[in-house]
Ligand binder design. Sequence first.
Ligand code: EPZ
Length: 420
Amino acid sequence: MKEKIIIEGGKKLTGVLNISGNKNSAVAVIPAAVLSGGKCIIKNLPNIKDVYHLKDLLEKLGAGVEMSDGGTMTVDGSTINSYSADSEAAKQMRASYYFIGGLLGRFKKAEAPFPGGCDIGVRPIDLHIKGFEALGARVTIEHGLIKAEAEELKGAPIYLDFASVGATINIMLAACLATGTTTIENAAKEPHVVDVANFLNAMGANVKGAGTDIIKIKGVKELKGCEHTIIPDFIEAGTYMIAAAATRGDVTLKNVIPTHVEAISAKMKEMGIEIFEYEDSVRVKCEKKPKAVNVKTLPYPGFPTDLQQPMVVLLSTADGTSIVTETVSESRFKYVDELKRMGAKIKVEDKVAVVEGAVNLMGTSVYSTDLRAGAAMVVAGLIAGGETIIGNIKHIDRGYEFLEDKLRSLGAGIRRVELD
Ligand code: EPZ
């Protein structure tokens, strides 16, 4: 039996919804806790599969981990007795590679398998390795296992050819306990990079400049336990903003930092969609067919690549033709074939998709090729005529907490079933 999501399309989303903790922050902060020999209390974690995978990986390293309701995890790093992340569990997700930066930083030795994660093209980790080597580590890759070790880690200047989120965070982790100062130039500026830096500083690290192009990490002797609350998930928020507009609804999202969704808000305003920004919430109201616009994904603060997929569904309902250019991920249009089976009219040439608007999508059985493609299928199902059955929803469960409950609370006709 396989779990599927079934959606009866055509219902407007209206009401108020609370946004959960940021998945891409959570999956970096949890492994970062290995840097401390004390107790780290991490709050506002989203209830998603990746969090439980990381709990499992921490326990296999010997850490004590307790999870309480409401998304609080307590990690006791004093009992960690291994520097090798369990291969099978680590392969399930890309973020397991943060254990390399964390374990190398604390024990000067680390092992982890080549990371798994969403199939959105070649996802190299050469910039991570370049950073570890700049700090003085020897990095080898044997039989799919990444091994890093160093007699000593010394602070160094590191320039990233691409403002890679993963590499920026992983180098920050490895540099915290190094001797001397590390400078990361062309660093990623995503909100979750800042959140991880704040977590490290709460443990006693000395990280400055997170959120700008240049991050300076001054090595310290040791890191202690701390308490940290994960920031809201701006990609989850953006997904629901897009769903609200696509269904011509009126939704207020709470626990949102409006500046984090600035790129999405600006693009939706350009489409003629009403966006109201408050201190910690955003309201989306769309009563008429939005205008077609062009979208180019860029590292933060540009339009996020993680919202490219649901955005294409919204653009399919717009008045006119839109051009969507994907500059961050290597190949992130695989889901378009599934959308076309619902009647979407999209032409993809390499990194560019030409999206015809004013299309009436029709429900059918579709497949979720990755996490955000799954989100796109859900948005498509919400607006399609008839019933849409979405398979391979394990991807969706990795990144969206209580998706059906949240959408049902806004009036969606959505349920999860076990089907052959
Ligand atoms: C993080 O992936 C996110 N995942 C991704 O979200 C997100 O799409 C991506 O950042 C961009 O925002 C997590 O945080 C767990 P990158 P990551 O390193 O760290 C090049 C989701 O849906 N690159 O910024 O892998 C390469 O071209 C997931 O939540 C190198 O060349 O992103 C890559 O396509 C999907 N060498 C681009 O940077 C490297 O060593 C972006 O990668 C690393 C990256």
